[in-house]
Design a protein around this ligand. Structure first.
Ligand code: NAD
Ligand code: GLY
Length: 357
């Protein structure tokens, strides 16, 4: 097992990464303060992993809320189902919530924990590659609104993150690839050595070689933990973790939640951000080709959907959380391994990217 720490003073917490961790009771119990727990999961993940997790909770009053599966259920209505389940189960302020699942369950369970009785403790137990390397760490929680992705939420840090890499064995290939988009992101924004390692080892990773995967997850979480420790509330460099996301969120919202997976939309959005960076003279053509190559090696899309117009992009992107006083800030690449948050781009160049020119 490997352990990392998200260093946030008295709110610091560990990330445990390894095989067989779901069964390691001692990783969970120190972070359960009261006598009751509630597990939030979904109808796909619960039959696979709820029982092993619950085996750790003997002696505690334990209940669960099982959500419908899918990004389209990351809504206020389904969030309310969690609150109903918590009230019916008699959860109080000392109840600990366990979020068992991918980023959708983690974001919703986390937001329920942030807001139930004004905030209770929670533990992230991520089961997708994407949630292991990104969404379970850092305390961003929330839900979608029909008009915009992740528009309602809260910062609320977990007590710990338990990443059992064995759970990846049941994840399908499309979802696995989607997670790889966020892994590649860390290389592109801040670590060219990691990017080279990913390119060299992508076929091992795609065949789910345990050692290669454990390293990719560890290194990704290390990056995420460092960035969050420096800028928990996204006043600065945390925004750089959103490379490709402004374009990607527009794709997810515009195409209907769940039709493009988050990681797929981020992948196509990353290529769009790279193309704009090239038009600004920051990246070479060969850099953009290299980005497309590594994303393709991970079986990810490198072109946006053809049926989303520039007008639709502009509409969705204008609601991005990085818009300030009406000015849209975008994460772009100054060079490989160096991302910047910038409003210093040529609007005509952006328009050309959106129009696929
Ligand atoms: P997801 O939660 O929808 O999970 C993908 C699919 O895999 C689902 O059908 C799920 O039921 C299934 N699944 C999960 N674990 C499985 C397993 N071990 N075996 C078999 N099936 C399994 O999607 P995701 O990619 O994990 O997360 C995407 C979400 O995360 C988006 O809503 C995105 O906005 C959010 N996100 C949040 C942050 C953050 O910082 N909070 C960061 C990145 C992404
Ligand atoms: N996934 C972006 C962030 O956590 O800030």
């Amino acid at each position: 097992m490997q352990t990392l720490t998200v260093d946030l003073g008295d709110r610091s917490y560990p990330i445990y990464i390894g095989s067989g961790l779901l069964k390691r009771t001692e990783l969970f119990t120190p972070f359960i303060q009261g006598s009751s727990v509630i597990t939030v999961s979904n109808e796909t993940i619960a039959p696979l992993y709820l029982q092993p997790l619950k085996a750790n909770l003997e002696g505690l009053k334990s209940s669960q809320v099982i959500l419908p599966d899918g990004e389209k259920f990351k809504t206020l209505e389904v969030l309310n189902q969690i609150f109903t389940g918590m009230l019916e189960s008699g959860c109080d302020r000392r109840t600990t919530l366990l979020a068992l699942g991918g980023g959708v369950v983690g974001d919703m369970g986390g937001f329920a924990a942030a807001s139930y009785q004004r905030g209770i403790n929670f533990i992230q137990v991520p089961t997708t590659l994407l949630s292991m390397v990104d969404s379970s760490v850092g305390g961003k929680t929330g839900i979608n609104h029909p008009l915009g992705k992740n528009m309602v939420g809260a910062f609320h840090q977990p007590q710990c993150v338990v990443i059992d890499t064995d759970t990846l064995s049941t994840l399908n290939d499309r979802e696995f690839s989607a997670g790889m988009a966020e892994v590649i992101k860390y290389g592109l924004i801040r670590d060219t050595d990691f990017l080279t390692w990913l390119t060299d080892n992508m076929s091992l990773l795609m065949s789910r070689n345990p050692e290669a995967l454990a390293y990719a997850i560890f290194r990704s979480c290390q990056h995420k933990a460092e960035v969050v420790a420096d800028d928990e509330r996204e006043q600065g460099q945390r925004a750089l973790l959103n490379l490709g996301h402004t374009f990607g969120h527009a794709i997810e919202t515009g195409m209907g939640y769940g039709n493009w997976l988050h990681g797929e939309a981020v992948s196509a959005g990353t290529v769009m951000a790279a193309e704009l960076s090239q038009k600004m003279g920051w990246l070479e053509h060969s850099d953009v080709e290299e980005i497309k190559r590594i994303l393709s090696l991970a079986n990810l899309p490198i072109a946006p959907p053809s049926d989303l117009s520039a007008t639709e992009y502009n509409q969705h992107m204008s609601r991005d959380k990085k818009v300030q006083d009406g000015v849209m800030n975008l994460v772009l690449l100054k060079k490989m391994g160096k991302a910047v948050l910038s409003n210093d781009y040529d609007p005509a160049a952006l328009q050309a990217v959106l129009e696929r020119k």
